[in-house]
Design a protein. Structure first.
Length: 256
């Protein structure tokens, strides 16, 4: 089991470097064009979209906690990973069916994909939190869920900022406001929207909407699940109980 944990720690270090990677010139150029486009849109538009995503997320965040299982205790990391992979597979299938259905329904039905897919993603994160032993009844754990969401669906510059916070979560969580309304919802929704805009617009195109919807939803949920597994492994492998073993693994890692 120590070999498994060592392997996952090695993978984790590579993923952490990816999260810390600075935006490339292409990343900056793409984000600049998107920001320019967003600046042209009226504030009323941003306010409406921000309000919609904020309200949808709040409903999902405060509703899912009543249907999520209690955190699993006493499992090895491999057992947790195996359960997580099965859960991600189930949610990917659900998202594909939902995406194909809304994509085939034309523009009006296609627009319903945003709240439906958002609900699937957040619910998956709740399930994964419980699998890795974290209690989502704790408000700070729900904020961690939102942080994972932002890591998966944001520009590289924003990823850098969010990762810097969750990499030192035990310290950062004590600075969190108790009011979810204090979150920067405009930034949250704009990063998310910028990330999925093109794919979701293609989903509204007659003839290819069903295929695009199924494919895109599958990829988005797959990425979210992968990032969540890394994010929770990061906390488990840096737990005080693992400190001594972790130092040994890191020494082995950097000696190679």
């Amino acid at each position: 089991m120590e070999d498994y944990n060592y392997t996952k720690l090695k993978e984790l270090e590579i993923w952490k470097e990816k999260m810390r990677k600075k935006p490339s010139l292409l990343n900056k150029a793409s984000k600049g064009v998107q920001n320019k486009f967003n600046s042209i849109l009226p504030d009323n538009y941003h306010n409406i979209v921000t309000s919609a995503i904020k309200n949808m997320t709040k409903v999902v965040l405060f509703g899912s906690k009543y249907t999520t299982k209690k955190p699993l205790i006493g499992l090895t990391l491999k057992e947790r990973d195996d359960l997580a992979l099965d859960k991600i597979k189930t949610y990917k299938n659900t998202a594909m069916i939902e995406g194909a259905g809304t994509g085939a329904g034309g523009i009006l039905i296609g627009l319903t994909d945003l709240p439906l897919l958002l609900g699937i993603k957040i619910k998956l994160l709740y399930e994964l939190a419980s699998i890795y032993g974290f209690d989502v009844k704790d408000y700070r754990e729900r904020m961690y869920i939102l942080s994972i969401f932002q890591l998966a669906f944001s520009s590289q510059d924003h990823v850098n900022k969010v990762f810097a916070k969750i990499e030192n979560w035990d310290e950062y969580k004590n600075t969190l406001s108790d009011d979810i309304n204090d979150l920067d919802w405009r930034s949250f929704q704009q990063e998310y929207r910028d990330y999925i805009d093109l794919a979701k617009l293609l989903q509204l195109v007659p003839g290819i909407g069903a295929f695009v919807g199924a494919y895109v939803n599958n990829k988005l949920v797959d990425k979210l699940g992968e990032y969540a597994m890394y994010a929770y492994r990061m906390r488990i492998l840096s737990d005080e109980v693992c400190v001594t073993k972790r130092k040994t693994w890191l020494n082995k890692l950097f000696m190679k």
